[in-house]
Design a protein around this ligand. Structure first.
Ligand code: SAM
Length: 275
């Protein structure tokens, strides 16, 4: 039989992938969770019918949401990952020698369990001795910790449901207070094609709170439009002033010293959003 998974990436645009089989389906207290095996992208994590990550293209997103900021900070020791229940972000963070502790705060424990069972290539560092998993709301965690983390990574779902507050100015204020004096914050901030107004608002909020706000881009084939944005707020370090010679050699497939700098080169239509 011919089976297809369809995601309405906008109300008028669909991405469809041929499905080999459904591996897991569950209604958690927060969302509908599925893991499906697709022909083109391999195993795929889907939440509320929205593609989160796939075995084939996950490296782009996970390497870019981590290494750009980790290599911008001079000595990141304590890192907080909010969301990211599949574990891909944590897997990349522990590649850095300076890291002593990664606190992983994911609201939905079922995502972590499903990733451990069906996506071992992505979730493989969740049991790492430097990783502490907390199943809780990231908003709450950030509010209750002051001057604590060198880097906070927000690897969230789209700004609806439990993730809505992760895109608010009030949350960015709490993040600022939760970071050490030279701390950095980075978040996935959706598609420049389809979420321009959101990106504009986030950039204004972050630029109003942090001395430095920067946007960078990567290409994630399964996300709407492919072109994806990340927003960084930094108290001290500028990702564009990183000394190339200090970028450690990492086992990566998308991120590289050249990509570190080129990802900040923005097409004029994206620059326009940041004015
Ligand atoms: N790479 C993905 C993307 O852009 O589609 C995000 C993947 S990751 C699975 C997103 C995670 O954020 C989900 O597992 C979801 O449960 C979690 N999440 C949503 N809101 C949250 C919150 N307030 N606190 C902590 N985790 C949250």
């Amino acid at each position: 039989m011919d089976l297809w998974f369809e995601e309405y990436q906008t109300k008028d645009m669909v991405i469809a992938c041929r499905v080999r089989r459904t591996l897991h389906e569950e209604k958690t207290p927060f969302q509908n969770l599925a893991v499906i095996d697709t022909v083109e992208f391999g195993r795929m994590l889907v939440l509320d019918n929205v593609i989160q990550t796939t075995i084939r293209d996950e490296f782009v997103y996970h390497e870019m949401i981590t290494h750009v900021a980790l290599n911008t900070h001079q000595k990141p020791v304590n890192v907080l990952v909010i969301g990211g229940g599949d574990g891909g972000t944590v897997r990349e963070v522990v590649k850095h020698q300076s890291i002593e502790k990664v606190v992983h705060c994911e609201i939905d424990g079922s995502v972590i369990e499903a990733a451990k069972k069906y996506l071992p290539e992505i979730s493989c560092a969740l049991e790492h001795p430097k990783v502490e998993i907390i199943v809780d709301d990231g908003i709450k965690h950030v509010r209750s910790h002051k001057s604590h983390y060198d880097l906070i990574i927000v690897d969230s779902t789209d700004p609806v449901g439990p993730a809505e507050g992760l895109f608010s100015a009030a949350f960015y204020q709490d993040i600022h207070a939760c970071l050490t004096d030279d701390g950095i914050f980075v978040a996935q901030t959706e598609s420049p094609f389809f979420n321009g107004e959101l990106i504009k608002r986030i950039h204004q909020d972050v630029a109003g709170i942090f001395p430095l706000a920067r946007l960078f881009l990567a290409n994630v084939p399964t996300y709407p439009g492919g072109l994806w944005s990340f927003t960084m707020g930094s108290k001290k370090y500028d990702p564009l002033e990183v000394d190339r010679a200090n970028i450690a050699k990492l086992d990566t497939r998308y991120y590289s010293p050249d990509i570190h700098f080129s990802s900040f080169v923005l097409p004029p239509f994206v620059q326009e959003l940041l004015k």
